[in-house]
Write a protein that binds this ligand. Structure first.
Ligand code: NAD
Length: 328
């Protein structure tokens, strides 16, 4: 059985859908601080906080058949991590340490971790492959890179096997329209643009127009949330087959500037996105584009939804059907 930590959140809830479709036994552990009960659908659920070891014990005691953990839970705002680093190290790093220790004490040594392109910082070359030097520009990226380091050390000391999946920009929504991206506050480009276009935000703020990129705005690689979930499934198969620890970059290998994403959004939804150009935000890398050839070669991972217009269209369909978000 898989323990899905942070399964009530955006990416975790899409993972749950795939696990249910695959009839893969699983149980969710989530504080619901940022996730949504509605997004859990029919999955088993334990409410608890990673930072409280007793909550973790309760979950593992209740489901002794857990043999693998997928870890999605974290605070995710780069800007907030610059302002409140302690909050990020406490949840994203110390919280994971609690989890690893609880797993170790029970002899559970299979772990799939949501890492991030933020571990790289300023690119020395693009696209970024797995061996590109690491140099996070913000505490969020550091909090994740530290977990990658802990996982290396647990492997050496305890034969703990992990797969770190470094997502670039997760985007889109399940095309069925039941699940979508609903953060509070929402800071990700595509959902914020959609909310602004709907008049639910006064304007879309663009941070920085003087980066060393073709149009001066930051460039990112957008990857469909279901393609991320699919990579997790491959990681589960790999670890259950006795596979070794791995780290993979996950993106489509194509960069889009903020301006390009906003233009594409306007084209897809047929509405204007009200926008306002402002200064750079601390902690942002100018350009993050993934080289995902390693996971493609090793596991045959292939994005099913690589097209940015389709990614935006799925996000738009969900937003139109859920103007108030999940509402819980
Ligand atoms: N969204 C992206 O573009 C992106 C990119 C790279 C990496 N990631 C990583 O992917 C993971 C999932 O991101 P997301 O966008 O789904 O985030 P999210 O905020 O939607 O989901 C996180 C979930 O974890 C839960 N959670 C947080 N702290 C917890 C704690 N201490 N105990 C129990 N539950 C807790 C929240 O309630 C929430 O349901 C995160 O680890 C994030 O760092 C996301």
């Amino acid at each position: 059985m898989i323990l899905v930590v942070g399964g009530a959140g955006y990416i975790g809830s899409h993972m749950l859908k795939l696990l249910r479709d695959q009839q893969e036994p699983h149980v969710v552990f989530d504080s619901l601080e940022n996730g949504h009960r509605t997004a859990l659908q029919s999955s088993l659920f334990v409410q608890g906080d990673l930072r409280n070891p007793d909550d973790l014990k309760r979950a593992f005691d209740a489901y002794p058949e857990i043999d693998l953990v997928m870890h999605f839970a974290a605070y995710i705002s780069v800007g907030e991590s610059v302002r409140e680093p302690g909050k990020y190290y406490n949840n994203n790093t110390a919280g994971v340490l609690n989890l690893l220790e609880e797993m170790k004490s029970r002899g559970i040594g299979k772990f799939v971790f949501s890492s991030t392109a933020a571990v790289f910082g300023n690119p020395q070359y693009v696209p970024l492959d797995e061996v590109h030097p690491k140099g996070p520009l913000n505490p969020y990226g550091h909090s994740k890179l530290m977990v990658e380091q802990m996982l290396d050390d647990y492997d050496v000391a305890h034969s703990f096997k992990s797969v770190c999946l470094r997502y670039f920009n997760a985007a889109g929504a399940d095309p069925d329209g039941v699940l979508g991206e609903d953060h509070e506050p929402e800071e990700h480009l595509i959902p914020v643009a959609l909310l602004a276009a709907l008049g639910r935000r006064p304007t879309m703020k663009v941070f920085g127009t003087d980066y060393d990129t073709p149009d001066g705005t930051c460039v990112r690689d957008y990857i469909h949330v279901l393609d991320l979930a699919q990579a997790h499934l491959l990681a589960v198969r790999h670890l259950r087959a006795g596979g070794d620890s791995r780290k993979y970059n996950l993106g489509n290998g194509e960069g889009f500037s903020v301006k390009q994403v906003l233009e594409t959004t306007e084209k897809v939804i047929g509405r204007e996105v009200p926008k306002e150009y402002g200064p750079r935000r601390p902690g942002d890398s100018p350009k993050l584009i993934a080289d995902s050839s390693r996971i493609r070669q090793d596991w045959g991972w292939q994005p099913a939804y690589p097209d940015l217009e389709q990614i935006i269209d799925h996000a738009w369909k969900w937003r139109l059907a859920h103007l108030e978000g999940f509402g819980d």
